[in-house]
Design a binder for this molecule. Structure first.
Ligand code: PLP
Length: 259
């Protein structure tokens, strides 16, 4: 059986973070493993507390997996601070894990910070050069590139800048742009640009969308897909998960990983 590891934070509400990743791995029939970077106290109304692990705890989890089971692909989600980013980067290299998807998680939809701003340079310097795929939304791409992204041309320019930081493939997600009817994602592999257009779905149950999408890409890479195919399959997966979002709690319900 193919295996995938998520290095990410816990969402007690079960819709995002490692819970979303493991549910997605299970649904896509890869064996899921986790290295926890932080615990969040969270529900559909928002993030009420963030409790990071020490870097040592993250290293020990990666070591336990690296020295025994190994993995076919890895994703990173919420990493919270520069120490954890550096520790993760060093250990991805140590265990020769190169099928790496980096979801550069920064801020939850409700506004809570999931990455300290002073950790951005560590992400650019240590982690992005190890990424086979990075999956920023527009605000994250703006932070990572230092440019404002408004037009399709801006998106291509931002993707080129991320490629210049050492990322092999960039998936710039269009969910945050201002187009009311469609969401257009852009894939750049260093040579060609590909766009993927999907209809916007009117729903408030979108919690965990980004985590689920990057986990689906990771699962497909673990099973041997190339990046283009993995992105197409992950788009289908997230589209169904949003269409079938679950109306639980009083706020933003989760996407349905089993849709
Ligand atoms: N909690 C954790 C642990 C996450 O990793 C993320 C996103 O990556 C979120 C919450 C935020 O999810 P959303 O912005 O979809 O509500």
């Amino acid at each position: 059986m193919k295996m995938a590891l998520t290095i990410a934070g816990s969402d007690s509400g079960g819709g995002a973070g490692i819970q979303a990743d493991l549910k997605t791995f299970q649904e896509l029939e890869v064996f899921g493993m986790s290295a926890l970077t932080a615990v969040t106290a969270q529900n559909t109304l928002g993030v009420h507390g963030v409790y990071p692990m020490t870097a040592e705890v993250v290293i020990e989890q990666m070591k336990a997996i690296g020295e025994d089971m190994g993995t076919d692909a890895v994703k990173t989600g919420m990493l919270f601070n520069a120490e954890i980013i550096e520790a993760v980067s060093v250990n991805l290299t140590k265990y020769h894990w190169d099928n790496v998807v980096v979801d550069p998680v920064m801020i939850a939809k409700g506004g809570a910070s999931l990455l300290q701003m002073e950790a951005i340079s560590a992400m650019q310097k240590f982690l992005l050069p190890l990424a086979k795929v990075v999956t920023p939304n527009i605000p994250e791409a703006e932070v990572l590139t230092g440019m404002s992204i408004r037009t399709a041309e801006d998106k291509r320019e931002a993707a080129k800048k991320l490629h210049a930081l050492g990322v092999q493939n960039i998936v710039l997600k269009g969910g945050h742009d201002e187009n009311p009817s469609e969401s257009i994602d852009l894939l750049f592999d260093g040579k060609e640009f590909y766009t993927f257009t999907s209809k916007r779905i009117p729903t408030k149950n979108t919690h965990g969308t980004g985590c689920t999408f990057s986990a689906a890409i990771t699962a497909e890479l673990a099973k041997g897909a190339d990046v283009y195919q993995a992105v197409i399959k992950a788009k289908d997966f997230i589209q169904a998960a949003i269409e079938d979002g679950i109306a639980i709690g009083q706020g933003h319900g989760p996407t349905n990983h089993g849709a």
